[in-house]
Design a protein around this ligand. Structure first.
Ligand code: GLU
Length: 423
């Protein structure tokens, strides 16, 4: 989905983008040059080659990665993606963003990420299970409760986490469920983890709307991406904020109805038909067109680099709430800042997922489980205070919200590095 960009000069490598964003915050913070250099690179990464028996009797060889970006504040933490376009630089960028994400919501974890180059849409359940187990047989040696804790991300889900936790239990010789989060409830998953990314985002939008004087009741919302984050954003956008969802899309394209969509009906339609496309009473739009539909709140919930220097000037919502990781490039950020589009940056806006993952780790450690109201309340506290800290930092330094989020996160990581004596 890179159709949005037509500017040949713009850098779209996500890792280069992550480094550029860091550089901007380092200048505001007057960051120690050695700490800056350290934070521009991952501490460790593992590249693995995975033989997997396919249903037709052949063996296919897959490439996978796990990047442990920085663990100065705690074990590295972050999801695992199954995607045909996965690259090591994408995983590096995502691992860097996890480092800033755990720091901005102030949970005692570092940042990591994993990926496997594969097309899960073309694989059977059996093939996905064998791939998941093969990944843990290789990566199992570097993950661990105190080392690195994977979770779901694009095209991975609780079932995949369950197979991975099970394979890890065989490697160890006993169950160690806290090594993976986003698990099913039956084996130590947490209440409230499924919708946590979107729910956390809605809490942040709610707080931003108060500051901006925007009444979310009846406000129009457009959602790009209709996976876990996008589907729950649609449901909770209506339930928690009273928004009207006027357009949604998935990898095949989008649907638009200015009178509003019933999110549950669209979810059911996608489950039955494989895509949101064709949902009755809607106009079909491309993913690029969807981003430009006039609305109050645009919620990118798909992949990186969707909003670029080429299309940002035509994208004019009041709020861009980034549930995806890395949807907006630095060129687009500058245009938004100039045009007064208020950005809720990814590693703040989508931190709800990892926050409830952290709650899951805590519950696993104590073997004592919280009810869903407790999860929601603690998530709300974390997201609300992180949002206001970022907003105040943006005001204080007169900088954009992304750079403000970086200033807080990088400062926390830098202080951990200093106090540990690394630099
Ligand atoms: N994959 C999610 C993210 O990008 C969640 C990570 C986690 O729970 O560790 O934030």
């Amino acid at each position: 989905m890179t159709e949005a960009n037509t500017n040949p000069t713009e850098e779209l490598n996500p890792f280069k983008i992550a480094q550029k964003q860091l550089d901007k915050a380092a200048a505001v913070l007057n960051l120690d040059p050695a700490i800056h250099a350290l934070l521009r690179e991952p501490l460790r990464e593992l590249h693995v080659t995975l033989p997997v028996k396919m249903d037709d009797g052949t063996t296919k060889i897959f490439k996978g990665f796990r990047v442990q970006y920085n663990d100065s504040r705690g074990p590295t933490k972050g999801g695992l993606r199954f995607h045909s376009q996965e690259t090591i630089d994408t995983v590096r960028a995502l691992a860097a963003w996890m480092t800033w994400k755990t720091a901005v919501v102030d949970i005692p974890l570092g940042g990591g990420k994993g990926g496997v180059i594969c097309n899960p849409k073309e694989m059977s359940m059996g093939e996905l299970e064998r791939l998941s187990r093969a990944y843990i047989r290789q990566v199992g040696r570097i993950i661990g409760l105190e080392k690195d804790v994977p979770a779901p991300d694009v095209y991975t889900n609780p079932q995949i986490m369950a197979w991975m936790a099970d394979e890890y239990a065989f490697l160890k010789g006993y169950n160690e469920f806290g090594v993976i989060t986003g698990k099913p409830l039956e084996i130590g998953g947490s209440q409230g983890r499924m919708d946590a990314t979107a729910r956390g985002g809605m809490y942040v939008i709610r707080e931003a709307a108060k500051i901006l004087g925007l009444d979310t009741n009846g406000a129009t919302m457009v959602i790009q991406g209709f996976g876990n984050a996008g589907q729950f954003a649609a449901l909770l956008g209506v339930e928690l904020l009273g928004c009207k969802i006027i357009a949604v899309s998935d990898s095949k394209g989008g649907i638009y109805n200015p009178d509003g969509l019933d999110p549950q009906a669209v979810i059911d339609w996608k489950r039955e038909n494989g895509s949101v496309i064709g949902f009755p009473g809607t106009e079909q739009v491309t993913n690029a067109e969807l981003l430009e539909i006039p609305c109050d709140i645009l919620t990118p919930s798909a992949l990186e680099s969707q909003i670029t220097g080429a299309n940002a000037k035509r994208i004019t919502p009041k709020i861009v709430a980034e549930l995806a990781n890395g949807p907006t490039t630095p060129e687009a950020d500058e245009i938004f800042y100039k045009n007064g589009v208020y950005v809720l940056p990814d590693f703040l806006c989508n931190a709800g997922g990892v926050t409830v993952s952290y709650f899951e780790m805590v519950q696993n450690a104590y073997d004592y489980y919280w009810d869903v109201e407790t999860i929601h309340q603690r998530l709300d506290e974390k997201m609300t205070s992180a949002y206001h800290a970022v907003h105040e930092t943006a005001e204080k330094f007169q900088i954009d919200m992304r750079t403000a989020a970086y200033v807080i996160a990088v400062d926390r990581v830098a202080n951990a590095i200093k106090v540990r004596g690394w630099v």
